[in-house]
Design a protein around this ligand. Structure first.
Ligand code: GLU
Length: 426
């Protein structure tokens, strides 16, 4: 079965809207994006030729504040994926209660096959096509899948050249030297573990007695795995894409993966070196082995639609918690299966909201032109995540619904209130 992320996002929204008894106007407005930009970017390639890339920026809703969300570079990007992700950004910002709306961008490209110069020209081209639709008070991009603070700075620089001034708030996820925030890089992964920590505490489970299996070893997965092990948990398996072999592998060590050591043997594509990993005592298994790992916690931190009903049965009986660190990694038709098995699922737009929450803290610091210490940033991040988690967990318990539905109900109500107050719907 083919899953379309936008249809998934709409199905989840419709369910929560029914549960809430949402009025017809808000329902019609919020189930699709308000603005979409589809454009092409011609880029001069190093070989002298020109390649034309297809790009998107989609604003789902900006009633609560400027649109906010990452720009992804991916060879399989689609308009529907960007639509879904833009919609999830609206709920993400609302559930953590930051004054931002939802947007997302994407370019169909494979940065792993492009030189730094080609990537820079692509970033500048993206902004040239879109700059009058961006701005600190309009729409603020951030790094996302296969984009980094370097890509954001190329975009910021192009924007400032075109606008003739300094606009540090036009992107977030900036490097520290140019208005970035301490802690931003690890914030999404840390946020995942703040939610997990609070859930385990609420359920009376000692984190030190738990094991986890992680899908992905990018920025989110790596930082989540690092903090989880720092808090005493044991990561027994990590799956990671291998660019040279064009497939994923699972790296497994029953006594516990050493996350910092694994990070050291990543190549410049982000792939873990198999030979070095074997020499360090890791079993190298097929890419999907992470899912069958006998662990207490699964952390899918890679792509959407990874856990479907077709593979749900292969999840170990031991699994108690799934943390949706990626966006949409578990398809909506798995929700009843998780419920039946008593698996607690921390929904994506709550679980991975740490990144955008720290982006908000970055903007606050840029506006003040005064920067906090790492401890101050992490303290604010942790308390924002804890507050959001407690509200979702509490409502789920009170109403006897899944945490996903509770998170949707809280977020949708906040956005509904904003569109009503603005008079966009009656
Ligand atoms: N790309 C991250 C996300 O999807 C962060 C977005 C942001 O900081 O604007 O949540």
């Amino acid at each position: 079965m083919q899953y379309n992320p936008f249809e998934n996002a709409q199905a989840q929204f419709d369910k929560a809207a029914r549960e809430l008894g949402l009025d017809q106007g808000s329902r019609a407005l919020l189930r699709r994006p308000m603005k979409e930009f589809h454009f092409t970017i011609p880029v001069k390639m190093d070989d002298g030729g020109t390649e034309v890339f297809q790009a998107f920026r989609i604003k789902h809703n900006d009633a609560r504040g400027p649109a906010k969300g990452g720009i992804r570079f991916h060879p399989h990007e689609t308009a529907d994926t960007v639509r879904a992700l833009a919609m999830w950004m609206t709920w993400k910002c609302a559930v953590v209660d930051v004054p931002l709306g939802g947007g997302k961008g994407g370019v169909i490209c494979d940065p792993r096959e492009m030189s730094p110069g080609e990537q820079e020209r692509l970033c500048r081209g993206y902004v040239r096509q879109l700059y009058n639709q961006l701005g600190p008070n309009v729409d603020v991009p951030a790094p996302d899948m296969m984009t980094s603070s370097q890509h954001m700075i190329w975009m910021l620089d192009e924007y400032e050249v075109l606008m003739g001034g300094r606009y540090p708030g036009v992107v977030t996820g900036k490097p520290l030297a140019l208005g970035g925030s301490l802690g931003r890089n690890g914030a999404t992964g840390f946020g995942v573990v703040y939610c997990l920590r609070d859930l385990l505490r609420a359920e009376g489970i000692d984190i030190k007695a738990t094991t986890a299996s992680v899908q992905g070893f990018g920025n989110v997965a790596e930082h989540a795995a690092r903090l989880y092990t720092e808090l005493g948990g044991t990561v027994t398996a990590v799956s990671c894409w291998n660019q040279a072999d064009r497939r994923a592998y699972t790296f497994r060590k029953k006594e516990g993966c050493h996350i910092a050591a694994l990070a050291e043997i990543k190549d410049h594509f982000g792939s873990i070196d198999k030979t070095k990993a074997r020499a360090m005592g890791y079993e190298v298994l097929p890419g999907d082995a992470w899912l069958c790992e006998e662990a207490d916690i699964l952390i899918p931190a890679a792509l959407e639609n990874q856990i479907t009903p077709a593979v749900f049965g292969s999840i170990s009986k031991r699994v108690r918690v799934i943390c949706e660190a990626a966006n949409g990694p578990v398809t909506p038709d798995c929700d009843p299966l998780a419920l039946e098995r008593g698996i607690l699922l921390i929904p994506d737009f709550l679980c991975n909201a740490g990144g955008v929450t720290c982006s908000y803290l970055e903007q606050v610091q840029c506006n003040m032109n005064y920067f906090w210490s790492l401890e101050e940033v992490l303290e604010k991040l942790s308390s924002a995540m804890s507050k959001a988690f407690a509200a979702v967990y509490g409502l789920a318990g009170e109403r006897g619904v899944l945490m996903r539905d509770a998170a949707y109900m809280i977020a949708i109500e906040r956005v509904r209130d904003a569109v009503k107050m603005r008079g966009w719907v009656s």
